[in-house]
Design a protein around this ligand. Sequence first.
Ligand code: ADP
Length: 258
Amino acid sequence: PVKVPRPIEKGITFEGISFSYPGSSSVTLNDISVKIKPGQVIALVGGNGSGKTTLIKLLCRLYDPQKGRIAIDGVDLKDMRVSDLRREISVVFQDYAQYNLSLAENIWLGSAAGPLDMGKVAKAARDSGVDRILKRLETGYETTLGKWFDKGTDLSIGEWQKVALARAFIRDSQIIIMDEPTSSLDPKAEAEVFAKFRELAKGKTAIVIGHRLSTVRMADCIYLLNDGHIAEKGTHEELMALKGEYAQLFEIQAVNYR
Ligand code: ADP
């Protein structure tokens, strides 16, 4: 097997991907081509069942496409060891928090490493802004580790999302995927979490499955999926000018940005 390039220089390409789930007669993805350069954030948008998550599953090689290929710097994913590939991919699971675990354990879960390394947990927490949560809880985490092992039961959704960021970024992976929650955050918290995401994703290759305009409009390129194919592609401004499905989807939200 070929190693995943480090650093990734040219990017990730989905080239004419078509895919049906095993045993299913319907075509889930139809002739999809997507390019993501290192340092870019792309957004996948589209209605429920349009194929966004399936595309991510193919990138993680839970399945292989029947047609086309996915490559990193020109190397087919199939020529890489799956474990190597997955080590390079971090996913921010936003709707996912283990309330029965402590904050430190929640963050360390993302590391795929051995026993809890508090030095690394503390760094990930600082980078993602979780340390401010801990300060608010008056933890004094630098001198005592006590609160780290408390459960974050009184954290808000926005604060849990920062924990999710810390969990994803604790690993030094080159590819980062964020599945934006559909549940609503207040706009200020949402903007803060996404700004943090962009900052942490610098130099990485990032894919956001987006539902809200505040996130999507910042992407370098937006792909609108409809029934398994790419219906529209471009920047926020380009897609708004197109007055197609994207403009319709985000029209109401867009009023706030005029
Ligand atoms: P999205 O993330 O855009 O909501 P998905 O990629 O999850 O869409 O789903 C795309 C389509 O694939 C849907 O029609 C869905 O029902 C179908 N699908 C998803 N997972 C499976 C599966 N494991 N087996 C068969 N069909 C699936």
